[in-house]
Design a protein around this ligand. Structure first.
Ligand code: ZN
Length: 702
């Protein structure tokens, strides 16, 4: 880690403007980034937070086609919806841009031109599916057909919804165009590829140099890719929605930049946009092109290699041979694991989610921020549940922090006329039972190392100590026996309130602002931090002296979450879970019986007993196993989508049923010579049809 930096640029993964953001997104990316940025602002550091909507790509055009509106209308809707939800949640972006903007188009095209001029791209002629009726090339998602793995008849060209296998359109059986239902033709088209392999060595040493400071999951995942060797990656598509390929020739007509190339450049174009708004158009260079700056990308684990390999490679390609305008590479890429929801993965397609905007219609942002910070999926998947949310809000925020704050303010108002009755001595402050130096060192360390759950828990520790101090001092008794002792207790308590207002700011900023206002300040806490009037270090020492006046108001910081508040949510979960489970269970049964075939047709299928001799997982997939089987005196290689149901070594020696005369197919670049029969059990796992007993290898099954 470079500790000599002068300024920091934080970016957050661009949410795809084809749907609302849900709590899983918030937990993995936006909340941790916001906590970090707010902490650094409180430390007085120069830091900006850049984010925005990813507005290009095929799923958006599909939504537009389905709804009969333009892609622009789709992205306008979700851009507004997500920006609004983020604002209400207090995610403090310095700029929240859009990849459909002119500034972004210019930036992305500038990158393409620069790299193209250096002849780094590779051009390849290839055959893609083309819809002859609509006269359009078909992106993977626009092709549908039967899955070669599980025979699901409506698999997408990129993935089968039923078995989850990633596919390419040409692997589908009986492919069809989604636009016209017609059988697509293969036509030749030209595409630009980015040769990632050319940067392999440079990427290797880049990753090596961060081995110590990056999270182990980030390093390991990136290394897996590096070990497999980096292949060329297409950066253009035949599509009408996106940044046009900036080449003045007919071969670029109708082509746009592929979103993986386009979207990451949004970080740069949005920073430029921010600089323009600041009235200093070159200011962005100080963040992107200065060795004194530091760049941090907050992302989810599904985005790691785009940020540790692909984006750095694009920047390396830009930097190649240049003397100025050199881009810096990210200093850290804190990728989170996933946060699940009531024990299951969030799923937009199954509507199993809580959307951020909907949540904030019902509950205050800070209760969510706190609850999620305490469940931050830092190095393993975590879980959000309504009961945990209720317990944390009531037991921790309301009963500990809220209760302490209210008692301190109310008692000072009632007995000391709303004024701090005396100064706090250092000795008294240090005798509160809080090791100020040690706890703040721990807190700073937690924030700097992205341990946000620790940071929230440590801050709650301070609130607990404060609450205990007030309870044990019993100022309501002291006031009768020794008013001076009560005065001392309240001076300390109100100063602890100030400490907590400042220390909680990164995690629950709305509450901190309210606390600050009730402590009697006219300026908001946000403003006080921006102008340098309040800083992190001030939380360690008493700041409010004798005579400081509290404001007139005092309301409770947190309303408790009652059972009746979450009852509808729990009911909804039950309903959603039932629907999800039904869908999963129905997967096979409701797939209606296929059209009748004749006995002769059936006779064409040659089913044989084959024996598994060897088996391994197929790289980069979590569903596929590669089996070697013996069939009579011959050998076959067969791919089967059963990796989630069987360990490779369990299969060796088994006698299975093979469709022996199925045309050979290529799946994930591997040959598959036949298909093995399996049935899905109620446990959701696939069970192979096995032939027990003696060795009957090669026999016909009928
Ligand atoms: Zn399938």
């Amino acid at each position: 880690m470079n500790n000599q930096y002068k300024r920091t640029l934080v970016t957050t993964a661009l949410p795809y403007a084809n749907g609302p953001v849900h709590l899983g997104h918030l937990a993995g990316v936006y909340l941790p980034a916001d906590i970090y940025v707010r902490y650094k602002r409180l430390q007085g550091e120069d830091i900006i937070h850049i984010g925005g909507s990813d507005e290009h790509g095929v799923p958006i055009t599909i939504t537009a086609d389905n709804e009969g509106i333009s892609p622009q209308e789709v992205v306008d809707r979700y851009h507004r919806m997500n920006l609004d939800a983020f604002e209400r949640c207090g995610i403090s972006f310095d700029c929240y841009g859009r990849t459909s903007s002119g500034r972004h188009r210019d930036t992305a095209q500038e990158f393409f031109r620069e790299i193209n001029a250096k002849d780094i791209f590779v051009k390849k002629k290839e055959r893609h599916f083309f819809d002859p009726e609509k006269e359009r090339f078909l992106s993977d998602r626009y092709v549908t057909g039967t899955c070669p793995i599980c025979s699901y008849p409506e698999a997408n060209g990129d993935q089968c919804e039923q078995c989850g296998t990633h596919l390419s359109p040409r692997e589908l059986i009986n492919p069809k165009s989604k636009l016209s239902d017609k059988v697509p033709e293969l036509r030749e088209t030209l595409h630009w590829y980015f040769p990632l392999g050319r940067f392999q060595e440079r990427l290797d040493s880049y990753v090596q140099s961060h081995e110590e400071d990056w999270r182990p999951n980030v390093v390991n995942y990136t290394r897996t890719w590096l070990k497999q060797g980096l292949a060329d990656r297409a950066i253009t598509r035949d599509l009408h929605w996106g940044v046009p390929v900036p080449v003045q020739s007919s071969e670029a007509a109708g082509k746009v930049l592929y979103v993986w190339f386009d979207a990451v450049l949004g970080y740069i174009s949005f920073t430029r946009e921010w600089a323009e708004k600041e009235g200093s158009p070159d200011l962005w260079k100080e963040y992107w092109q200065s060795p004194e700056s530091r760049i941090i990308h907050f992302i989810g684990k599904d985005n790691v290699v785009f940020h540790t390999l692909m984006f750095p490679a694009i920047l390396m390609a830009w930097n190649e041979g240049r003397k100025d305008g050199i881009y810096s590479l990210a200093d850290n890429v804190p990728a989170s694991e996933f946060m699940n929801f009531e024990g299951r993965k969030f799923s937009k397609s199954r509507n199993y989610a809580v959307y951020l905007g909907e949540f904030l219609d019902r509950f205050p942002a800070d209760t969510l921020r706190y609850s999620i910070a305490m469940n931050y999926p830092e190095n393993k998947d975590s879980d959000f549940s309504w009961l945990d949310f209720q317990n944390r809000t009531n037991g921790e925020l309301a009963d500990t922090l809220g209760n302490f704050f209210k008692r301190s303010i109310d008692f000072t108002k009632a007995k000391f006329n709303g004024e701090i009755p005396c100064d706090c001595s250092d000795d008294d402050w240090n005798a509160l039972g809080i090791d100020w130096k040690k706890s703040f060192e721990k807190l700073e360390n937690a924030y700097n190392r992205f341990h946000f759950r620790d940071a929230a828990a440590l801050t709650m520790q301070i609130a607990r100590s404060a609450n205990r101090f007030l309870t044990e001092s019993e100022p309501w008794k002291e006031i009768k026996t020794s008013p001076a002792a009560a005065a001392r207790t309240m001076a300390l308590s109100v100063n602890l309130c100030h400490t907590l207002a400042v220390a909680w700011y990164p995690v629950i900023p709305h509450t901190s602002n309210r606390m600050y206002a009730m402590l009697g300040f006219d300026q908001t806490l946000d403003e006080a931090i921006r102008t340098g009037r309040v800083s992190w270090d001030m939380a360690m020492k008493p700041q409010l002296g004798k005579g400081h006046r509290l404001s007139g108001g005092s309301d409770i910081l947190f309303r408790k979450v009652e059972d009746r508040d979450i009852a509808p949510e729990l009911e909804k979960i039950e309903r959603l879970l039932a629907e999800v489970e039904k869908k999963e269970a129905d997967g096979d049964q409701t797939a209606s019986i296929k059209p009748e075939i004749s006995f002769d047709d059936f006779q064409k299928i040659d089913l044989r007993v084959a024996t598994v001799t060897d088996c391994e997982k197929v790289k980069k997939t979590d569903k596929l196993l590669k089996l070697q089987v013996k069939l009579g005196s011959g050998h076959r290689q067969v791919l089967a989508g059963i990796a989630r149901s069987y360990e490779p070594e369990d299969l060796i020696g088994k006698q299975v049923v093979l469709v022996a005369n199925l045309a050979e197919r290529k799946i994930r670049g591997e040959h598959s010579q036949g298909m093995i029969l399996a049935a899905e059990g109620n446990d959701g796992k696939l069970h192979l049809v096995e032939v027990g007993g003696s060795d009957v290898n090669g026999k016909t099954v009928q």
